[in-house]
Write a protein that binds this ligand. Sequence first.
Ligand code: URA
Length: 258
Amino acid sequence: MDASHRNRYLEAIGVDVWVRRPGGPLGALEIPERAQALAPQPAPAVPTLEVAEATEPVSDLAEPWQALRTEILGCTRCGLHKTRTQGVVGVGPQRTDWMVIGEAPGAEEDRRGEPFVGRAGHLLDAMLRAIGLDRRTNVYIANVLKSRPPNNRDPKPEEVAACLPYLMRQIALLQPRLMLAVGRIAAQNLLSTDMSLSRLRGKVHHFGELNTPLIVTYHPAYLLRTPADKRKAWEDLKFARSVFRELTDRVGIDGNLP
Ligand code: URA
């Protein structure tokens, strides 16, 4: 990837891009250009990731996806159904290589019925675009909880227990090659651990019977509050991309990442 492309991705995420002072001597101090994380801007033209061929025709997946969707929308397994506007299933293709898992719908997601469509979602989109992923074409985005907890409080264990089977069915249908858990709640629940996010980052975990590689990074809402950590999130994304590339090289499929 050339430097100007890379800088555009970083700017979209809001990572400081360091540029050489014009006309400055070699070794002169570099100055940061403050990137505009959430300013409306056209998406950088990123080559999209080529999706591996599905092992089953997508038409065979339509029915189980529809059944799952109907169940989630009508779910009353925990008390959250009383306060939510609607269940939020997920967004993306019915089978795909990448899956992103967050915590729970917020106010905007509850209103619109789609995960990560608020401020944090805009940042997540930019983060994904930076590694060639797009929510409608080659990544599936879901949450641990399908219903919004009031006032965005942390999910209760019994709510997670009630909702996790839906996520498991989503994972079984998607058969992702790589999962990205964003934030502590998603990471801890998927990995059944109480380890801190900082200890979970930077390594490849494995999920479920298929041993799907799982990588942990910061939640975009946290990054909006703590922009200094965006650079670490960028490291996580590059790490995820390299793990995916290694995987696709090993199995000989064309995972054509930028
Ligand atoms: N935060 C999440 O974890 N998920 C969403 O869908 C929105 C915000």
